[in-house]
Design a protein around this ligand. Structure first.
Ligand code: GLU
Ligand code: ZN
Length: 497
């Protein structure tokens, strides 16, 4: 099956810079990007910042940061420019005013003078009479006199789009054919009374002006699609845009806990959180791809190159997708384990640095220590942030080293724990060579053979004394890396005074 479009593909990612970027946003960006790259098309990044009350520079900056972190490249948009700019809608208001005037002049839109109170009242009445509420066309064909009277009253009209009185049918790329009856799509506002253009105008208008061929977005926007298709037709009639509306594809809802839609406010929706927890971008993207798409029935790990090669929009599943944090973590861990060791080490550096454990860039000594240590931990980590707990014991300055209080209470500060630590100290104190093998042999002989302990019990106390925690890289290797002097000092420190 092929979904090869006839003309060059142009898709857009067009977030509004409100709040902090969430999972749904990245999923939308990913599907558009993969679609564009699959078809050798153009990925346009447009910023929908027309709502001065809600938009913020901080949010804008964060979205850009996250897009870069995830590794998206865009062909047109912020920082890269392009032939269809500007790409921030706040810089396009002249265009919007001009087109609104043209729509009015052509009778595709009209001035509506109804006040909110009047609209509410009529909707109320419609409900009471069992009719569908929604704009009733009151000002569609106002006479000159009625209009003059409203103007006389000082009312400032909104610009309202005149929806055609016919059903609108389109072939959704994900859901197939969808029809909206005209009575369910009333005339809607394009421009506020104060002249401020709304999403309803600027989003489809920019899609037309930027020659967008495919609109892939969340299902929550499905109800705006018939309006936009009608607007595209009106724009074509007044000579704006290419005349061909984009094809639409609505991506499935993402469900969170308790079968509710994942909300922007859910903690697992926060994209920056993933970066800070040490997710790999490729791990997170792989997981996000699964929210509506599958590369194959029996396979859920893949790279972005593989996704681009395989991505077909008609294989997106229209059913709601369930967000599963555990699965996201597991997929991320798989990607982390698959990294070349040097690359895994390189990616741990910012986390170790943020925790105050290493310089960035690393000193020569830190660099060789990390190179030796990272193969020991890479297999055991689910995300990069865990490198701090795993490797902290190696990089921490000796006077800053402390045992995890709970682990120490359980394994070191007990009578048995003390016996083990003392015996270990004694056995290791006289060791000639300080290697993984000699350390292991000495501890086995002293703790397992002489004291008759089970390995679990024997090495737990030593592990906590040496690394500070019950969970650590392999013990004997860790001790070799830590060195004789520091290891013995830590065993001494663990012996209660
Ligand atoms: N700025 C809109 C949003 O953030 C874009 C919607 C669309 O893709 O049409 O929801
Ligand atoms: Zn009206």
């Amino acid at each position: 099956m092929t979904d090869a479009p006839a003309s060059p593909v142009r898709v857009r990612f067009c977030p509004s810079p409100t709040g902090s970027p969430h999972v749904g946003l990245a999923r939308t960006a990913l599907f558009n990007w993969a679609f564009a790259r699959h078809h050798g098309g153009t990925f346009v990044f447009r910023v929908e910042d027309t709502d001065a009350a809600r938009d913020s520079q901080e949010s804008y900056d964060t979205i850009l940061e996250v897009m870069r972190w995830l590794g998206f490249d865009w062909d047109e948009g912020p920082e890269v420019g392009g032939d269809f700019g500007p790409y921030r809608q706040s810089e396009r208001f002249d265009t919007y005013a001009e087109v609104a005037d043209k729509l009015l002049a052509a009778g595709k839109a009209y001035h509506c003078y109804c006040s909110q109170a009047e609209l509410d009242e009529r909707n109320e009445k419609a409900r009471a009479e069992g009719r569908t509420p929604g704009y009733d066309g009151h000002c569609r064909d106002l006479g000159d006199e009625a209009r003059a009277a409203y103007v006389e009253e000082g009312r400032r009209p909104v610009v309202r789009f005149r929806m055609p009185d016919a059903a609108i049918t389109f072939d959704d790329l994900v859901r197939g054919e969808i029809t909206f009856q005209s009575e369910h799509v009333p005339d809607y506002v394009l421009v506020r009374g104060n002249g401020h253009p709304l999403y309803t105008l600027v989003n489809p208008l920019d899609d037309a002006l930027m020659e967008i061929t495919h609109v892939l977005r969340g299902e929550d926007l499905l109800s705006s699609t018939p309006r936009q298709i009608a607007l595209h037709a009106a724009l074509a009639e007044i000579g704006v845009g290419s005349g061909t509306p984009p094809r639409f594809g609505h991506l499935p809802y993402v469900m969170g806990q308790g079968n509710r839609k994942l909300s922007k406010r859910d903690p697992e929706a926060n994209l920056l959180g993933y970066r800070d927890q040490g997710f790999l971008p490729e791990g997170l993207l792989n997981y996000l791809a699964l929210l509506g798409w599958a590369i194959a029935e029996d396979r859920d790990i893949f790279s972005m190159e593989e996704m681009v090669a395989a991505f077909e929009i008609d294989r997106v599943n229209p059913n709601p997708a369930r967000f599963d944090l555990k699965k996201a973590e597991a997929i991320n861990a798989t990607h982390l384990r698959a990294l070349p060791v040097e690359e895994a080490a390189r990616r741990m550096v910012p986390f170790l640095h943020a925790a105050g454990l290493v310089d960035d860039p690393l000193s020569r000594e830190e660099s060789s220590l990390l190179a030796a240590a990272s193969p020991l931990v890479q297999e055991r980590m689910g995300n990069l942030a865990e490198s701090v707990d795993m490797l902290g014991f190696l990089f921490v300055a000796e006077d800053g080293f402390a045992l995890d209080p709970a682990d120490a209470a359980k394994l070191v500060e007990t009578e048995d724990g003390q016996t083990v630590v003392r015996a270990a100290r004694e056995a290791l104190g006289s060791l000639d060579a300080w290697t993984t093998e000699s350390i292991e042999a000495a501890l086995r002989s002293a703790l397992i053979e002489d004291l008759g302990l089970k390995p679990r019990n024997a090495f737990g106390a030593v592990r906590v004394a040496i690394t500070g925690r019950r969970i650590s890289p392999p013990l004997f290797e860790s001790m070799e890396l830590l060195g004789r002097e520091r290891s013995l000092a830590r065993l001494d420190g663990a012996v209660a005074a």
